[in-house]
Ligand binder design. Sequence first.
Ligand code: PLP
Length: 422
Amino acid sequence: EELQARYSNANPRSRVHLSTARQVLPGGNTRAALHYDPFPVFIESAEGARVIDVDGHSYMDFANDLTAGFYGHSHPVILAGIRSALDNGISFGGPHRYEEALAKAICSRFSSIERVRFGNSGTEANLMAIGLARAVTGRPLVLAFHGGYHGSFANYLGAEMPLNVDKPRLRFARFNDEEDVRRVLEKDGAQTAAIIIEPMMGSGGGILADPTFLANLRVIADECGALLIFDEVQTARFSPGGLQDLVKVRTDLTTLGKSLGGGLTFGALGGRADLMDRLDPSLPGAIGHGGTFNNNVLTMIAGQVGLTKVATAEALHGANARGDTLRQSLLAAARARGPVLSIGAYGSILSLHFQPKAPRNPAEIATTPVQRKLFQLDMLLRGFYVQRRGTINLSLATTDEDCTAFTEAFGGFLDRYSAFLP
Ligand code: PLP
């Protein structure tokens, strides 16, 4: 309560914004994931590794738009690309070279992607993947994982999934549990079009899949004739060829989103040519896939410039290495003070859990909502922009000094609230 009062007093303008925005937006904003109590800070501007709110606080950004902001805010190279397009028409309503250039950049990075189709979000990409898998296999069911998140209409975080129109045709298994996958498929394998998985659960808690589990999914999918879909919307940043390249698992289809659009609205489905070519409108029996903004010029340019000029192998590796160093220093800070901490996820994404072992599936998450709230509000008051879910991530603009400052602030948080931590 004391913390909440301090937070409210420090953010009077954000508090007013929430109440006025509520009159026209349910809950005061359009992105459910960004809401938290008592009210979120309203952002005024962002640059590099910082965001500034309407009360004038400048935060070091460790939320980075839930990983979509991997390039950092307003990266000059990406801005230059977008500016070059602005005076040339921002929506052509026809195929164009920027679309082909982004497709080439993606196909050359991901070994399993021979063709790619664009859309406007990760959600769309996953719905497209599931639809395509059903169409090519002629099977109705999809196996997903408890607590997985593939987008707003493909949200498997909660038991009810009220916006999910697809519920009857989904089957669920436990993440990182091969036996459970086999159990489900023993019954429904012949009817299963695809297994869809985040190789690192993002919204579900920053939980990395075991490489052997992923390799076994490849075998299991082949055994029952289902396609294997990796949702790499968050994990594509881990290497030029995504997490699948790190674990050497060849997927049939891959979905992409978030930062691969250079920070603009984006989603993509890529994969084997024989599967993807079913979307070729010139072929008999083509599967229709529309979308007014699928090839929007600004995203195509921002994505291509980002992939070819900014997200080099060295840059991705550097971000992972910086994340690993931060991981070690946060663990050391906790060890030195007493509270129990484990850190999951990988490289430039870190999921903080106040429990002895990082969870292997969402059911093992023991960190409480109160602990998450203390972490978030206290770190905000210390000048670090973090989301409540406890997963932090670095952008390419994050420096070693930013990480050191974060570690110091985190130590301050641990000292202050140790009574609430295990
Ligand atoms: N898949 C994963 C793994 C995600 O983390 C997200 C977004 O949080 C999505 C899909 C959905 O992407 P979008 O929000 O662009 O629809």
